[in-house]
Design a protein around this ligand. Structure first.
Ligand code: COA
Length: 321
């Protein structure tokens, strides 16, 4: 049994903030941001819009496009580190909203790797025969946790959501063929949200993302190269078999490092970070939905999704479409 994708959806808030806009209130400029990151603009949710609000639109689209009866949904998994509340989870909010009474629901916390972790978990449930129809979502609103005076972080992130519907197939060579997940907890201190958890519920240490950009950059380059190499090997393939690589959309320089090393042509790598910045767990499913809508994925293609993030964590999934 394999898990294959039969519906996709994504959603971003309407408000566009350009590099130029940022330079009006923080000491930065369009040229620096473009050359160091590739980002040109990002989307920001307003104060009335939560992670769930973005996730529900993406999820609804994926569910509708799959044509699966909501009653037949077995499980909802949401990758997020910016849930509306510590509990209930975003996935249970979706379970209610989408009217899927027979679905179990839980969130996974793996920061920007969250969607790859959720997808791999869902695929394992399908392969084991435990569940048939699973909705997997990646959604985050990291801009709510940015220090707008810290130019080292506030220029990097944006908000968004992406979702896929999975169903089981008897075809052995279709769907998610291999997954690789990993963590390097010793590097956790390099990308951290100190406030708001049980160590500091009153957020005395602030509720802002703090990051050692250089250390995260080094890890990201290693993690992307390692996870793609390993997932391809696990599927019994080589890098030449990849039709489309969809990396986590954090920084074009991280992507270019790895693409150059792999000698992959540009046409085989999907990049949309110039429009959205780093949308954390939403980044990969948002790019996947856009790539699919753009006609960049056809039946039989080998698509590799790969991400890295706080934890530190990394993960990749190889899909035969
Ligand atoms: N605008 C203008 N100047 C900036 C700036 C900004 N937004 N951010 C930093 N700078 C300045 C620094 O203050 C520094 O100035 P100095 O030399 O006078 O001290 C200079 O630019 C170089 O800073 P540095 O931090 O060395 O830049 P960098 O080349 O490492 O790029 C990042 C910084 C954040 C873009 C880069 O480290 C990165 O992308 N890291 C990975 C981050 C990431 O992807 N995180 C999420 C992972 S899921």
């Amino acid at each position: 049994m394999r898990a294959k994708i039969i519906g996709l959806g994504s959603h971003v808030p309407p408000k566009v903030v350009t590099n130029q806009d940022l330079s009006k209130f923080v000491d930065t400029n369009d040229e620096w941001i473009r050359t160091r990151t590739g980002i040109e603009e990002r989307r920001l949710s307003d104060e009335n819009t939560s992670t769930f609000d973005l996730a529900k639109v993406a999820a609804q689209k994926a569910l509708e496009r799959s044509k699966i009866d909501p009653e037949k949904l077995d499980l909802i998994i949401v990758g997020t580190t910016t849930p509306d509340t510590l509990f209930p989870s975003v996935s249970t909010m979706l379970q209610d909203h989408l009217k899927t009474p027979n679905a179990a629901a839980f969130d996974v916390s793996a920061a920007c790797s969250g969607f790859n972790f959720a997808l791999s978990t869902a695929a394992a449930y399908v392969e084991s025969g435990s569940y048939k129809n699973i909705l997997v979502v990646g959604a985050d609103t990291l801009t709510k946790y940015l220090d707008w005076k810290d130019r080292g972080t506030c220029v990097l992130f944006g908000d968004g959501a992406g979702a896929v519907m999975l169903t089981s197939t008897e075809e052995r060579d279709r769907g998610i063929l291999a997954s690789v997940l990993g963590a390097k907890g010793e590097g956790g201190k390099h990308l951290i949200m100190p406030g708001g958890g049980s160590r500091d519920p009153e957020e005395k240490n602030g509720r802002f993302i703090t990051m050692n950009g250089k250390e995260v950059f080094k890890f990201a380059v290693w993690a992307l190269e390692h996870s793609v190499t390993e997932v391809v090997k696990k599927a019994g393939m080589t890098l030449n078999n990849i039709d489309l690589l969809i990396p986590h959309q954090a920084n074009i320089r991280i992507i270019n490092h790895v693409v150059k090393k792999f000698n992959l042509p540009e046409s085989k790598v999907y990049v949309n970070l110039q429009k959205y910045g780093n949308t954390s767990a939403a980044s990969v499913p948002l790019a996947l939905d856009e790539a699919f809508s753009d006609g960049k994925i056809k039946e039989g293609d080998v698509v590799v999704l790969a991400g890295f993030g706080a934890g530190l964590t990394y993960g990749a999934n190889l899909i035969r479409w």
